[in-house]
Design a protein around this ligand. Structure first.
Ligand code: TMP
Ligand code: ZN
Length: 406
């Protein structure tokens, strides 16, 4: 296939096999019609962009029953307050600034601007999450972010100081169209600030579960610089984040409009040292994924053979890749505990493990819980001290498969 960014030839370096929609939690009467696609990542040697070979139609992933609500984690709320503050401190005009967010979800990030009395517009294609944002007083339109939408926003509110996005840009296959629309939206000194899971962290931690249908790209500073340069934008700052198991915040401005921080060149050098530009790095990553899979299956089978009860903790989108790639079904995991009502009573995509509420977990602790929300490890372990006190252990698989008893 050709690279989505630059058109250069790029072949997949591995396949995770047939995958269902990561957030496609379903009921047994839907099993026969379950949709699968081949989950295979590609690395383009020309523009350094890590991407998916095939991506399901966005309408299959983002719709009115989209099950993901950002407001579920307290740590994420704190993180977004800090994100908003950094935008307010560094990039807004003194007079009547405007902030626009692409994929504003339930308004968790824009909330901070709303509370500060800053003009803002959230753009969110999933009707049900957009509705939650509106209930919280966040000005939100239910739409995909494109040039038509930008024309409407500009005619109603004028141009924006900042376009922001969190865990959204990596979802959008036609990123060039978004940057073109951004170009029309932003004031001459306007900035585009977005953050997404970071390729360097994924490669280092073998956190292959970042790879699923919605993540059509896993960015690095090098790839973001290459993508935006086509549109006259340059990368002026990068800020590493601990969220989602290792993310990066990118700040872009029109070339020459703002100073470029020296950390940009340093980050690109670090990526070179990590080998992020080389095919061999991805061949090694494939081997690391295979090893991780074997260890996890071995451990779960061992615990089952001992007669232990094993459940999953948090039916995350990431868990769909792990469960399907490793072939882990209800024979190895009794159920997955999850706090999102929309997932409860349903079954995990592809592997059909029941999803139950958190009370089920608390009322009868299992021997082991597989920590699918490993990126929230600190928060979860602090909340679940009783589980460990009653003899329970965690099974983690990032950065390596291991059992944790404290
Ligand atoms: P994701 O953002 O990694 O896809 O995961 C979000 C899912 O994890 C969501 O369904 C809620 C669930 N979850 C729990 O059930 N318990 C928790 O403590 C956390 C942090 C998440
Ligand atoms: Zn390319």
């Amino acid at each position: 296939m050709n690279c989505r960014i630059c058109g250069h030839d790029a072949e997949p370096f591995m396949s995770f096999g047939k995958m269902p929609i990561a957030n496609g939690f379903l009921s047994p009467d839907q099993y026969d019609d379950e949709y699968f696609f081949e989950l295979a990542p590609i690395f383009c040697i020309n523009c350094s962009t890590f991407q998916l070979l095939e991506q399901p139609d966005p309408k299959m992933m983002f719709h009115d029953e989209y099950a993901f609500f950002s407001r579920t984690s307290k740590n994420m709320a704190k993180h977004f307050t800090e994100f908003a503050q950094s935008v307010m401190d560094g990039y807004l005009d003194d007079v009547s600034p405007l902030v626009v967010e692409v994929g504003s979800n339930d308004g968790i990030l824009l909330d901070n601007f709303a509370k500060a009395g800053i003009r803002h517009v959230g753009v969110e294609p999933s009707g049900n999450v957009a509705e939650v944002a509106r209930k919280h007083g966040v000005n939100t339109v239910t739409a995909f972010f494109d040039e038509d939408l930008v024309a409407d926003v500009v005619s109603e509110y004028g141009q924006a100081d900042a376009l922001i996005a969190a865990n959204v840009m990596c979802h959008i296959p036609d990123i060039h169209a978004v940057v073109q629309a951004a170009e029309k939206l932003l004031k001459p000194k306007g900035v585009f600030i977005f953050e997404d899971p970071y390729l360097g962290s994924m490669i280092e931690k073998v956190s292959y579960d970042q790879i699923y249908d919605e993540h059509v790209y896993i960015f690095s500073a090098s790839s973001v610089a290459n993508i935006f340069i086509h549109h006259g934008f340059e990368l002026i700052d990068v800020v590493p984040q601990v969220t989602h198991g290792g993310s990066m915040r990118y700040v872009l401005a029109r070339k020459g409009a703002r100073d470029v921080s020296e950390v940009v060149a340093k980050q690109i050098e670090t990526e070179h040292a990590l080998g992020l530009h080389k095919r061999e790095t991805y061949d090694q990553f494939r081997l690391n994924c295979e090893e991780s899979r074997e260890s996890l299956i071995r451990l779960l089978k061992e615990k089952r053979a001992e007669g232990a009860s094993v459940v999953g903790y948090a039916a995350t989108s990431k868990s769909t890749t792990v469960l399907n790639y490793c072939g882990i079904g209800p024979d190895l995991i009794d159920y997955i505990s999850d706090t999102t009502p929309m997932k409860q009573g349903k079954f995990s995509p592809g592997t059909h493990i029941p999803v139950k509420d958190h009370d089920t977990f608390k009322s009868d602790y299992p021997d082991y819980a597989v920590l699918f929300a490993w990126n929230h490890e600190k928060e979860i372990l602090a909340n679940e001290t009783l589980f460990m006190q009653s003899g329970g252990s965690w099974i983690v698989f990032v950065p390596c498969v291991s059992v944790r008893t404290e």
